[in-house]
Design a protein around this ligand. Sequence first.
Ligand code: ATP
Ligand code: MG
Length: 291
Amino acid sequence: MSKKIKQIAIYGKGGIGKSTTTSNISAALVEAGYKVLQFGCDPKSDSTNTLRDGKYIPTVLDLLRVNPKVDAHKAIFKGFEGVYCVEAGGPSPGVGCAGRGIITAVQLLKQQNIFDELDLDYVIYDVLGDVVCGGFAVPIREGIAEHVFTVSSSDFMSVYASNNLMKGIKKYSNAGGALFGGVIANSINNPYQKAIIDDFVKQTGTQVVEYVPRSITVTQAELSGRTTIEAAPNSAQAKVYRSLAQKIHEHTESRVPTPLETEDLRAWSAKWADQLLAVESGEIRGERDGI
Ligand SMILES: Nc1ncnc2c1ncn2[C@@H]1O[C@H](COP(=O)(O)OP(=O)(O)OP(=O)(O)O)[C@@H](O)[C@H]1O
Ligand SMILES: [Mg+2]
């Protein structure tokens, strides 16, 4: 019998750090001896390049356009310490549904039994921000991924996207969809940013998996075409990514979140805006109010 593969999907607002975080989690997991496949589900197909010295790979949709009966092995490329990389790809800009790329790519690999053949421990899907169409909800809806995490900073638009994702998860949860594992809090460098994210997870019945600071080490690594784990293995930031990967490894129980209604989310952010204003004007002291 094939072993249980842990399938994880990472969502979050555009540009928030999904691919950076996902690639560092994959790198930390392969470094720890696990067999990992990172599945880029973004039509930009730039999820896996820091695992491959900055090099891009042909996407599943590219290959299928040339040969509708393509051998799935042709879409799988090895990267850092043997991590497997796949990019779903997307349609030509302005034509068709980008989400279809995910459906097609996942189907191709499943039909050809690739996950079992590679004897994987992990498949990690790097998906788009909002559940904008059915295709992007595939890893949640079809129960392909078991655990969903969101990368979020403390900025309102990012929190808003995470709240939307939770709504998507809640909607499909009765039909055997994936459940919510937690928030990976990215770019958290100040106590008030931590306080905002902590409050958001409390409101939504979820948890923070790890607080990841914004760090120039990440920028340097990215500019050299590598993950932080590979480019700066002894850095403080690499330690944070290893700790995050370990927590994801240990994570077993995901749940149905309790997202806020849009009105409540607005009221919640307005409350925080007032509080931050009061801190700035010196009306209240940060320490006393826990921020
Ligand atoms: N913790 C961090 N410290 C410093 N820079 C970061 C951090 N996280 C992400 N970044 C930087 O932010 C930029 C966007 O990151 P990334 O490409 O991972 O985001 P994304 O969510 O995958 O974006 P997209 O929605 O376009 O796919 C990159 O230049 C990345 O290096
Ligand atoms: Mg990305």
